[in-house]
Design a protein. Sequence first.
Length: 134
Amino acid sequence: VVRNAGLMLVLVAAVGASVHMVKSFNLSHSLVLRGNASTKQMIHDLRRDRDASGRRVNETRVVLGISPVYKPVVNYYMVSRKLNWLRTADLERLGQNFDYVFYKPEDEPAIRDRQLIRLAVYPITDDVLAKKGP
């Protein structure tokens, strides 16, 4: 009886640990790079919106205003996906020469006075992709 009770206790603990592990799996991003979890989807959304706007691929450049924290990851996608039409600009020194912005909620003061149309808000990071309004 004691042996069966011990075996049952171990089995319950193993099942509980397994259920906890499955519920805790995070396949969308690492804890270290959580801030970059939305960048791949943002590049996809940016390309789709650019194509839908009727711009020809080699005809015009698209300027994306970004926070410096995104620069390495966006540059990676620009090189790996051959996005020769895409240029980046620092959010702090953006001026009016931009087409899109990709920013964190804490970057909103840098873009507050701009007319923007939100295209997407990414739930994992709360980052926002927006384009220049009329």
